[in-house]
Design a protein around this ligand. Structure first.
Ligand code: GAR
Length: 203
């Protein structure tokens, strides 16, 4: 199950991996959820014949009610893993209680540097020479859960000219490959989380 807010290019990479590799990939996308109707990822899912749902904060009386609705909508598909692929909301207590240890997020920076909604912009503002992407499990902090894998991307002088748009595109190219690799490995081999360490494979 994949959660999106934006264009959904990471979702597309997962859909492509499933289409190209079939059963041998080890995972399939059972549903796509979004927090906004304009999320491009919804159309990508529909084109791939994957069911979708939208769960907007503004349609709920308060944040906990939204979190409960998101939990129920997700649980209806009984996913083994929940992939947050450009989902720009922090999930709440109920979602974490239900899916904790099974939620994977992808972030456009090398955590623990530059967490939050502006990972690319913040790395540039800091003057970092190397940034990248991180795929990690979600815990109750913001981008603080155990790291599964990271890849580095060099910051170029020209990246300052467009506020990080080109840098984000280069990060996303690397990120899509990393996310596809990680999800396939977790699905095929299983995993355990011991403290901050993620181990592949069943004991
Ligand atoms: C990705 O770069 C993802 O890491 C980022 O949003 C982009 C979504 O792209 N997520 C965050 O910044 C979360 N803090 P996409 O919609 O094309 O997959």
């Amino acid at each position: 199950m994949v959660l999106v807010s934006g264009s959904g290019s990471n979702l597309q990479a997962l859909l492509d991996a499933v289409a190209e590799q079939g059963e041998s990939y080890g995972a399939r996308v059972v549903a796509v959820g979004a927090d906004r109707t304009s999320a491009g990822g919804l159309e990508r899912a529909e084109r791939a014949g994957v069911p979708t749902f939208v769960c907007r904060v503004r349609d709920h009386a308060h944040r906990a009610a939204w979190d409960r609705a998101l939990t129920e909508a997700t649980a209806a598909y009984a996913p083994d893993l929940v992939i947050s692929a450009g989902f720009m909301k922090i999930v709440g207590e109920e979602f974490l209680a239900r899916f904790g240890g099974r939620i994977v997020n992808t972030h456009p920076a090398l955590l623990p540097s530059f967490p939050g909604a502006h990972g690319v912009r913040d790395a540039l503002a800091y003057g970092a020479k190397v940034t990248g992407c991180t795929v990690h499990f979600v815990d109750d902090g913001v981008d603080t859960g155990p790291v599964i894998a990271q890849r580095a991307v060099e910051v170029l002088e020209e990246d300052y000219a467009d506020e990080g748009a080109a840098l984000h595109e280069r990060i996303k190219e690397v990120e899509r490959g990393l996310l596809v690799d990680v999800v396939g490995l977790l699905a095929r081999y299983g995993y355990s989380i011991e403290g901050r360490k993620v181990r592949l494979g069943h004991e």
